[in-house]
Ligand binder design. Structure first.
Ligand code: NHX
Ligand code: ZN
Length: 404
């Protein structure tokens, strides 16, 4: 204890400190490590001035012995940051980077609900890298927006070769999500629609809640389910055949529908929770459940889930069939432009495309003037700093080797 006073930090202790009930050959080493940790921590008891600190995303899988008095006896909950927290975190990560005058951190904080501190750090870092790659000295809102999508959906893969039929399917699939999302009251507003491949997705629709949500109402979940189905339903109505492309949407929708019945007590089966979460870390992960109900109940759960899924499908179907002309227009605009966002996206969704087209030159000119003004201001600030050593370049930032 010659280093006392000191703080010992253990990152992700769950990798050694998970519950010992797992009966699996590889566990004995974990168990030894855990026992050693436990006895070492008891040793610290008499040595004032040694603080052991640990961080985990899964406190529930830790061995209860680790959490007893004298060991990790206090827990500090760190939620994903709210809008104010995000702005402060962004400020920290922007501090040593050359940020343009049009980069509004409070605006970025507003459109990044659900981002963790690591995501936000990653966002600012990607922005700096992208700026350097583009040979620019100052990070502008363009780079931040592009990086945001990279963090959410992965890097753009513009070069991907797709035939016309596939592009047609992608355009209608995304238009379907977007239009259902726009027309349902409790769905998140649609900000951008794109048929450019990104990461694993061939196309995507970006919807962002207006504010941080800590609770989800049944109406919101039902609308979200209809939005999930919007992609597949658009294929059913507007394409020759349905495709495997909706697999991820359907998986997420099915999971949500089942949770409505088994976890949230929102179905005719009542408020009982069905299935005990399985905490056997390495076997079941967080997903496995122990069936604590009869086969008869299992059948009724399946029926209710199917009913919820069908209802979502039918709601999406009604909306898209009723707006077939608008869907044709949206898909054709997407095929031509590949992405729509901002006022163009709003106009498409509000079915006011012609009005938008008439004003488009004006809108684009205004936006360009705004950007030019911001760049002029940046140049001024850069010059005032005395360009030499004071001015940092974006290239000074390096990629983080942290988790992704
Ligand atoms: C494939 N990808 O795997 C091809 C390349 C239907 C227009 N053969 O629903 O791209 O089929 O609204 C996270 C995110 C699998 C995990 C997206 C796992 C996509 C995405 C399959 C659009 N947008 N599907 C969508 C899509 C596909 C997939 C994912 C994922 C398509 C669809 C992927
Ligand atoms: Zn989809």
């Amino acid at each position: 204890m010659k280093n006392a006073p000191c703080i010992i930090f253990i990152d992700e202790p769950d990798s050694v400190g998970h519950g010992r009930e797992v009966k699996n050959g590889a566990t004995s080493e974990h168990e030894q490590t855990l026992n050693q940790l436990l006895s070492a921590m008891d040793g610290f008891d008499s040595n004032k001035g040694v603080v052991v600190l640990a961080a985990t995303n899964r406190p529930e899988v830790l061995d209860p012995a680790l959490l007893r008095p004298g060991r990790f006896d206090r827990q500090i909950v760190v939620d994903t940051p709210d809008v104010r927290g995000r702005e402060k975190i962004l400020t920290v990560h922007a501090k040593d980077k050359p940020i343009g005058s049009d980069v509004d951190l409070s605006k970025i904080a507003k459109i990044t609900p659900g981002f963790t501190g690591a995501d936000l750090a990653n966002l600012m870092n990607e922005s700096a890298l992208l700026t350097a790659r583009r040979g620019k000295k100052i990070i502008t809102m363009r780079e931040v927006s592009e990086s945001m999508e990279r963090v959410i959906a992965g890097p753009e893969r513009k070069g991907r070769v797709l035939n016309e039929r596939t592009k047609h399917t992608i355009a209608y699939h995304e238009s379907g999500h977007a239009l259902v999302g726009h027309l349902l009251d409790h769905a998140d507003p649609v900000h951008k629609i794109s048929i450019i491949s990104r990461g694993r997705a061939l196309g995507y629709t970006l919807s962002i809640p207006d504010e941080d949500k800590v609770l989800n109402s049944l109406s919101e979940m039902k609308d979200e389910l209809a939005v999930f189905m919007g992609g597949r339903v658009a294929e059913e109505i507007f394409c020759d055949d349905v495709t495997t492309g909706a697999s991820n949407d359907l998986e997420r929708a099915s999971k949500m529908a089942r949770a409505i019945v088994t976890q949230y007590g929102m179905s005719p089966l009542g408020t009982q929770v069905f299935g005990q979460p399985n905490h056997e870390v390495f076997l079941g992960r967080d997903y496995g459940n122990t069936q604590d109900y009869s086969e008869e109940t299992a059948r009724r759960i399946d029926e209710e889930v199917a009913k919820i899924m069908k209802e979502a499908h039918d709601r999406a179907h009604k909306i898209l069939a009723d707006h077939a002309d608008q869907m044709d227009l949206m898909a054709s605009v997407l095929l031509e432009r590949e992405t729509v966002e901002g006022e163009a996206c709003e106009a498409l969704l509000d079915n006011k495309w012609d009005e938008y087209l008439a004003r488009e030159d004006e809108i684009i000119a205004a936006k360009e003037a705004e950007e030019a003004a911001a760049r002029a201001k940046d140049a001024e600030l850069l010059a005032a700093q005395g360009d030499g050593e004071g001015a940092q370049t974006a290239a000074a930032s390096s990629p983080d080797a942290g988790e992704t």
